[in-house]
Design a protein around this ligand. Structure first.
Ligand code: ADP
Length: 457
């Protein structure tokens, strides 16, 4: 089926509704005019009947009888132009105006006619007549008024309506089409501009007219969608560039180590050293690939997080004893607070990883002689693990970016300490998967404190 443009469909609907309204309004007006004509004519007939009755009653009661010749003078008892006829109780016509000879006799006898009379429309001599049949003191009377003039007017009204309606409909539809075109013009503009905004050019935005109407709101919504897409696209591009750059380094080291080892025959110890180096770098590359895979799965929302009841205090205690080894090697004191039991639901392996990333960082970025404090406490319906160090701290301008992938405050230092810049991204990702969050306060030269907040089970 061919999809018609919205403006054509709108106009068609508009024209159909208008045609329906015209037809209903026309029929309503026609019916009202006709009814009011009948009502006026009927009232007129009744008042004429009243005059006739009054005359007949007076003649019969005061003068003791009525002569037929008197009835032939209608000016005495009827307004001019009234067609009439009067019959005696046996149905014999006593008097008849010329036009009334063509009328049909009353269907019922005088006795069965209602006192106010019976009014009907009849056809006589090619004319429509409104006819009143009613009982009168000397028998039955019929009074009639021709409807021709009224019917002519009604016909003229009908024809005018029938001829003018299509013309009006055409004009109104043309107006409707013009209006819908005008109303939809901004939509066309939005479509044209949106078509020009593509993956390479996501920085383009739709112009806002500032009217605050639906179309302006639509443009605003599309603009914020473009902004989000732009940001996501920029992050993906940056991430791909960073990932390939980071992976190039271990691969390059592996390759040059192998090439160097093969340039000339070497001693066994030299080969072992080269192989150790290759092993180290491939482990580093594997770790990085695992981390990237984990983040990619989290992005695709297909990261498997177990939800099993566990005691977080036990997990923290366990991770601390692992970190103790690192801390001792780095000449740092690790202070562990008393850990009260904290039942939560989560993935023990993932939580261990999260805490180890933070503890590893605390030890990595704290100079020899410093200390790292780990505490655990309940707060409201959550549990907080705080890891505080007396390390180098993080300058304020880096704080908003610290959880970004591959972000490091100082590249040189991190390569020396072996960091990839993925640790905090993974830590935050794990916290969020558990319905929690990580916050950070840090003062350069004084130290940092990371706080992991997780909901209680
Ligand atoms: P990395 O593998 O480089 O440690 P992370 O994502 O874990 O990557 O951390 C990102 C950066 O944040 C680090 O390179 C470091 O500059 C900074 N950082 C993280 N933890 C600390 C800390 N406890 N003290 C000071 N700087 C930190």
């Amino acid at each position: 089926m061919i999809a018609l443009p919205v403006r054509v469909r709108l106009t068609a609907w508009y024209a159909a509704i208008l045609a329906g309204t015209f037809a209903a309004a026309g029929a309503g007006v026609w019916w009202t005019i006709r009814e009011s004509i009948y009502r006026t004519v009927d009232q007129d007939l009744r008042s004429r009947l009243l005059a006739l009755r009054r005359y007949l009653e007076m003649e019969v009661s005061e003068n003791g009888g009525l002569r037929i010749e008197e009835l032939a003078e209608p000016a005495a008892f009827l307004p001019a132009g009234t067609d009439y006829r009067i019959a005696d109780p046996h149905g014999r016509w006593l008097v008849q105006s010329p036009a009334s000879r063509k009328w049909a006799p009353p269907a019922a006898g005088a006795s069965s006619l209602p006192a106010l009379g019976k009014i009907e429309t009849i056809e006589a001599g090619g004319q429509s007549i409104r006819l009143l049949s009613a009982p009168v003191p000397i028998g039955t009377a019929q009074l009639g008024l021709p409807l021709d003039a009224f019917e002519k007017m009604l016909r003229r009204f009908t024809w005018t309506g029938l001829l003018a309606s299509p013309l009006l409909l055409l004009l109104a539809s043309a107006g409707g089409y013009w209006m819908s075109r005008r109303a939809l013009e901004p939509v066309d503009r939005i479509i044209r501009t949106a078509e020009q905004i593509e993956a390479r050019n996501l920085s383009g935005r739709l112009p806002l007219r500032g009217s605050g109407d639906e179309l302006d709101r639509l443009s605003g919504t599309l603009n914020s969608m473009f902004a989000r897409l732009d940001e996501a696209f920029r992050r993906i591009t940056q991430f791909t560039a960073d990932a390939s750059h980071e992976l190039r380094t271990p691969v390059a080291i592996i390759r040059t180590t192998a090439e160097l080892a093969r340039t000339k025959p070497r001693r066994e110890a030299e080969y072992a050293q080269a192989l150790d180096r290759i092993l180290n770098e491939s482990e580093r590359a594997t770790r990085m690939l695992d981390d990237l895979m984990l983040l990619a799965r989290a992005d695709a929302r297909s990261m498997d997080i177990a939800r099993e009841p566990l005691d977080l205090a036990e997990v923290v205690r366990d991770v601390c004893s692992n970190a103790d080894v690192l801390a001792q090697a780095a000449g740092i004191r690790l202070e562990k607070g008393p850990f009260a039991e904290c039942a939560i639901e989560g993935d023990e392996h993932a939580l261990r990883r999260l805490l180890l990333i933070l503890l590893d960082n605390a030890v990595k970025y704290t100079p020899r002689g410093g200390h790292v404090t780990v505490s655990l406490r309940r707060r409201d319906s959550a549990v907080e693990v705080r890891i505080r160090d007396t390390g180098i701290g993080i300058p304020e301008e880096h704080l908003p970016h610290i959880y970004e992938r591959f972000y490091r405050v100082s590249k040189d230092r991190s390569r020396a300490t072996g960091g990839t810049g993925l640790g905090l991204s993974i830590a935050r990702c794990i916290a969020e998967q558990h319905g929690g969050e990580i916050s950070l306060t840090s003062t350069p030269g004084v130290g940092s404190e990371f706080c992991v907040r997780l909901p209680l089970g």
